[in-house]
Design a protein around this ligand. Structure first.
Ligand SMILES: [Zn+2]
Length: 188
């Protein structure tokens, strides 16, 4: 990791982490009643759901969702880091709308593909891609996500991770930007 990747830790972030952790501890008894063997896992998901109320994990590939939840439970209880989901599964219509908007904005199909992929190429549509927050959480996932087959896949998107179990524990080659990936077939 280079110096430029160091993530500033503001007082506000530290306070919010502390509050969320207190919440999770308070939720432990209820989580224990619901799932005795998984209380810490469940309390963590509940607390993060309260911290990031807009997040929506529905539609993710079940294995990708499990990996994401397990990873952020680890980050939360062991290292005190929060990881929220900004965007997970997107349906093809939504992805198409985003891609079309980017084509309009940049005036170029090729330029648009460097930031947003068309639906047939998007990991979000397949339910294996997760955009996460905040930067500290993303940095944790970049360092430790491999244990859960979760990898940052693009240089220009610190927030974008994909569930890639097919690489057998080795990080996939990180691409400069979305449209550059050989993982997807070129359509230009
Ligand atoms: Zn993404």
């Amino acid at each position: 990791m280079t110096e430029s990747r160091a993530v500033p830790d503001r007082l506000r972030d530290r306070l919010l982490r502390m509050v969320t952790r207190v919440l999770a501890v308070l939720l432990l008894p209820a989580a224990f009643l619901r799932a005795p063997g998984r209380a810490r896992h469940l309390a963590c998901q509940w607390a993060l759901g309260l911290r990031y109320p807009a997040e929506d994990l529905r539609g993710l590939d079940p294995r990708a969702r499990k990996a994401f939840e397990d990873a952020r439970t680890h980050a939360f209880w062991q290292d005190g880091q929060l990881i929220g989901l900004t965007s997970g599964h997107r349906d093809a219509a939504e992805q198409h709308r985003m891609f079309s908007e980017e084509v309009r904005r940049t005036g170029s199909f090729a330029a648009a593909r460097q930031r947003v992929l068309p639906p047939e190429e998007s990991g979000h549509v397949r339910g294996i891609a997760m955009d996460v927050r905040p930067t500290q959480g993303a940095y944790w996932l970049e360092l430790h996500g491999g244990r859960y087959d979760l990898y940052r896949t693009y240089d220009n998107e610190w927030w974008h991770f994909e569930f890639r179990p097919e690489t057998d524990g080795r990080p996939p080659v990180r691409m400069p930007h979305p449209g550059a990936s050989p993982y997807y077939s070129a359509t230009s």
